[in-house]
Design a protein around this ligand. Structure first.
Ligand code: HEM
Length: 952
């Protein structure tokens, strides 16, 4: 290593000969810094949470990986890697000879990936907090095994009241066998064969933050009290005031927006202003709603607990004191004091136990715990069901029970549409008239689109299987029955139920693949995340020698995975899994035997903490600002470049979604939501319609609710720490005043800068200030740079007036972040939560690791997932962003199941990039039409659209 450093130093001296601060000189300085960084040695994983990485590197590393630009931003709270070479568009590429530029860009991107892997490893080490009773074992270990190396928990056994209790072993050792392990079960039990209850419906949400930091509203003691004094409550600061003052979309022409309803007759001249993401489409917004309906729900059958509560619009701070709003102020804000909502369910609010280790007292769980009503697995349960009730809404085709039911709709082509809910189906009255789906709540036209699409995909797989069965009825289809493992199952032997179960596995894996390799790289549109996400799925070696990948995968599973050494089984495992990829890890083991858990379960790694989503994950998925108010409706058979109508999103909600889908057809909706840009996740960019939504189930004076205020209230109900402590808990740098929400590198007179300053002013009024007391320690999650504890003054002089930055709600804080890595639709605070949980969702699921095998999926199923559909891999034209790559899975699913869209999709590389956009050469964010879409209305300057509108 030292020799390498000295060689770099020599190279830098040679390049520096001309002494100018030319690109060559900058590179010479950078190389010198690289040498210094190498000589200083590799950073160690933090031994304790309060000295962790924080995404900030040494000066030498910043200069080495990003040159002078990376140095400029080292004093901000935001992560450094986004300023490295090659992590942005082509302006982030160095201006040197092409070969040198390429290698410098590689250095920047590799540096970013290194930082991200450091974050992931430290997140695994410091941010897993299970609520189900296993946390004490995680800290203390059990029977000589350290906590993070534990793989089996008594708490993950099925309870005696579970119908499968005796089948898995009853009161004795529990192990899932036979039919219970063949596919994804309704309630999600037996994914982990030895921990049957893990991730199943009704199990508890976990946490990613120390239990002591949760529920800051009710804490009467300790750091939390010091952090917030008595300033916080469920409705304090007032959530509806926050919504109206900080989240409302400001309209240049309110009449054209019609309060989010547009204009009569869906006139295309309507306009609701919203800040748009040039590189991400409305399909992507609906996609993530579709995903959350698979992963988690606090609600049961579309409702919360029976009691109702107020939702604010009552007070605002005046000189730091909550003061009732006057009727005039209420009118001016536009909020509603009479709104009420049903309280959230709480599964257990009894006092948690405590234990002591190393002189420190710990809570065994958070003070209140909530249940996840869905299966936590990525199992397409929004389509196939997650409990006995939801499964009754899943309709099989009586003509071929391996298929899901689709029915013809008059005037529409293709394989048909989802049937409607019938009188016999279990349902909340609000769902009447909707399509039948396992998860029918908050039904939108986008959900209708995606449910219809993946129902068609399920049936496409069944059709292809049946074709193969007709052609080669006696061939081995790959499937095996664990109760009779030696028996070859031929194509012709497969029962409809077996084929249905295999199709579900395939659809769920395709969805996971789309999310990992297509949706996320477009959400985080840049080279590091393209590489990182493909690394999670195919491995960084994915395109290299498959034998090397296989060998590495086996080493990881057999050596690191089985090790009782905590460092090997957690840190090494995570780092080395990026080589072969997480997906399929442990599935290519010699002598694989489906009757033995060491094979079927051998590839999962829970890192010592049973898998479920943490409450904090739900918080960062409160992505309501993604939705526009109006959908720019287009007709494929007329002129796809023309916005024919503007349809209010609220008029495509619940049964109106179904009606819109059936009358206008799936292809037109695909075109519509594929071409339109979604809303940026920023302050002052939340949909107007969501502030005024009518929910018929609310038997209240107004019958209305402000969903954006509710997002804040629900997080408070769930005890999510406020933004600054949230960041400290996740190993990100804290903010010290509202001014940190201003990007000081922007020109003082720029519109963005002025807007940020306005927002900061409003935050100061809404959240207030206080006189600080340096004797109050407010956290133990981090320490100051000089190793002193962080106190109430956050570095300001004792007794000075400081911003109540500690009180900012996490949703508000992440929307306010002024600096984001290039092409990031989300903020870095949201992203850090994904780094941990997105990879755990794969690491923990045996059907994505060691059970990704023909014995479960069929041979056709394994190939279908690997090749993105039937037949061999189809390659994309050219090399988008410099990569030769397969046609991505969502594009294939769309083309296969909605063939009317084939011509439209042909030039599209990523189905979540607005379909008519020219992607440029290297991660361009420009809003420019591709060839053939020059006349698309969405590319006309807003002034031209408005002027045209006025003339009509
Ligand atoms: C027309 C579009 C949408 C409507 C009308 C809508 C409406 C709602 C409503 C009424 C709730 C329940 C609030 C409660 O009582 O706790 C909710 C929750 C939620 N929504 Fe949306 N939503 C929409 C789109 C989206 C999108 C695009 C996302 C993106 C991820 C999203 C994410 C969430 C999340 C994470 C929750 C919390 C769920 C939970 O607590 O388990 N929603 N939404």
């Amino acid at each position: 290593m030292k020799a390498f450093g000295i060689a770099l130093l020599a190279a830098s001296l040679a390049l520096a000969a001309d002494g100018q601060k030319s690109p060559q000189k900058e590179e010479a300085d950078a190389l010198k810094a690289c040498a210094e960084a190498v000589l200083a040695g590799v950073r160690k994983i933090a031994p304790m949470r309060d000295v962790r990485f924080e995404g900030k590197v040494s000066e030498a590393n910043a200069l080495c990986r990003g040159g002078d630009r990376a140095l400029q931003f080292r004093d901000t709270p935001w992560v450094d890697w986004s300023n490295y070479w090659g992590t942005g568009d082509d302006t982030s590429l160095p201006k040197l000879a092409p070969v040198v530029s390429k290698s410098v860009a590689f250095r920047g991107v590799a540096g970013a990936l290194t930082d991200l892997e450091f974050q992931r490893v430290e997140l695994i080490k410091f941010n897993l907090f299970d609520n189900a009773g296993t946390y004490q074992q995680f800290i203390e270990g059990r029977d000589g095994t350290a906590g993070p190396a534990l793989k089996l928990w008594p708490e993950m056994r099925l309870k005696p009241d579970n119908p499968w209790f005796s089948q898995v072993g009853g009161a004795g050792p529990q192990e899932c066998k036979g039919s219970l392990i063949r596919g994804r079960t309704t309630t999600g039990i037996c994914n982990d064969i030895l921990n049957p209850a893990m991730g199943s419906s009704g199990t508890l949400f976990a946490r990613n933050v120390e239990f002591e930091s949760t529920f800051p509203e009710s804490s009467q003691a300790g750091y939390t009290r010091n952090r917030h004094g008595d300033r916080l409550g469920l409705l304090q600061p007032d959530p509806q005031v926050i919504s109206r003052r900080l989240l409302t979309r400001i309209q240049s022409d309110p009449a054209a927006c019609g309060n989010g309803f547009g204009l009569p007759g869906n006139a295309a001249t309507a306009n609701c202003d919203y800040k748009k993401a040039p590189f991400f489409n409305v399909l992507a917004a609906y996609w993530i709603q579709f995903m959350t309906h698979d992963w988690f729900s606090h609600m049961e059958e579309g409702h919360n607990a029976p009691e109702f509560m107020k939702t604010g619009c009552e007070s605002q701070l005046v000189n730091g004191v909550p003061t009732p709003l006057t009727p005039d102020q209420v009118k001016e804000l536009g909020c509603r004091p009479d709104d009420q909502i049903d309280k959230g369910y709480v599964a257990d609010d009894s006092a948690p136990g405590t234990f002591t280790k190393g002189g420190r007292q710990y809570l065994t769980r958070s003070p209140k715990v909530m249940a996840n009503r869905n299966t936590a697995w990525w199992d397409a349960s929004q389509i196939y069901g997650y409990d006995d009730t939801s499964v009754r809404r899943v309709k099989r085709d009586p003509k071929d029970p391996a298929k899901l039911l689709l029915e013809p709709v008059a005037g529409q082509k293709g394989p048909g549409y989802l049937p409607l809910l019938t009188a016999e189906d279990p349902k909340n009255p609000e769902w009447a008239g909707q399509e039948s789906a396992a998860f029918p709540d908050n039904w939108t036209v986008g959900l209708s689109f995606l449910h219809n699409l993946f129902t068609r995909e399920h049936n496409s797989f069944v059709d292809e299987f049946r074709r193969m069965a007709a052609k080669t009825p006696n061939a081995d289809c790959g499937l095996r029955d664990p109760a009779n493992p030696k028996k070859v199952i031929r194509y012709k032997d497969v029962t409809p139920d077996e084929l249905f179960a295999a199709a579900r596995l395939v659809v769920a894996a395709e969805i996971a693949k789309i999310h990992t390799t297509e949706w996320t790289p477009q959400l985080l549109y840049g080279e590091p995340l393209y590489k990182g996400m493909n690394g999670n799925w195919n491995g960084l070696l994915g395109t290299g020698d498959p034998e090397v990948s296989k060998a590495l995968s086996n080493i990881i599973v057999n050596n690191f995975g089985k090790s009782k050494d905590v460092v090997k089984t957690t840190q090494w495992y995570s780092v080395f899994a990026s080589g072969p990829g997480i997906f399929g890890i442990g599935s290519k083991v010699h002598g694989y035997d489906i009757t033995k858990p060491e094979y079927t379960n051998g590839g999962v790694n829970h890192f010592g903490s049973p898998f479920n989503f943490p409450e904090e994950f739900v918080t960062v998925y409160r992505l309501h600002p993604l939705m526009p108010d109006l959908l720019e409706y287009r007709d494929l058979n007329k002129d796809p470049n023309k916005i024919a109508e503007k349809i209010a999103v609220i008029n495509t909600f619940e049964a109106r979604a179904t009606d819109a889908m059936r009358t206008r057809g799936i292809a037109n909706w695909g075109l519509t939501i594929g071409r339109q840009r979604l809303g940026l996740l920023q302050l002052h960019n939340s949909p107007i319609f969501m502030q005024n939504i009518k929910l018929p189930r609310l038997d209240t004076k107004t019958g209305q609710i402000d969903i954006l205020a509710l997002d804040i209230i629900r997080d408070r109900e769930h005890g999510v720490p406020r933004f600054n402590e949230f960041r400290r808990q996740y190993g990100l740098r804290q903010l010290t005043s509202f001014d940190d929400f201003i990007d000081h590198s922007l020109p003082a007179d720029s519109a963005d800068r002025r807007e940020q300053e306005e927002s900061v002013k409003a935050m100061r009024e809404v959240y207030g200030q206080h006189v600080c007391d340096a004797s109050k320690i407010i956290t133990d999650a981090q320490r100051n740079a000089d190793n002193t504890p962080i106190n109430d003054c956050l570095g300001h002089p004792n007794g000075s007036t400081v911003d109540n930055i500690e009180d900012v709600d996490t949703v508000v804080g992440y929307l306010a972040e002024p600096v984001r890595p290039h092409g990031f639709a989300i903020s870095e605070t949201q992203f850090v939560v994904f780094i941990l949980n997105a990879s755990r969702r794969l690491f923990s699921d045996r059907f994505f690791t060691s059970s990704f095998r023909p014995e479960f999926y069929t041979k056709l199923g394994v190939d279908w997932v690997n090749n993105n559909g039937p037949g061999p891999v189809v390659m994309e034209k050219g090399a988008p962003n410099g990569h030769k790559q397969p046609v991505l899975p969502m594009k294939r699913v769309l083309m296969r199941n909605i063939p009317e869209l084939q011509a439209e999709l042909d030039p599209v590389v990523n189905a979540f990039d607005p379909w008519a956009r020219d992607r440029g050469d290297y991660y361009s964010l420009e809003w420019k039409p591709r060839r053939g879409a020059e006349s698309d209305d969405a590319f006309k300057p807003p002034a031209a659209t408005t002027a045209a509108a006025r003339q009509q």
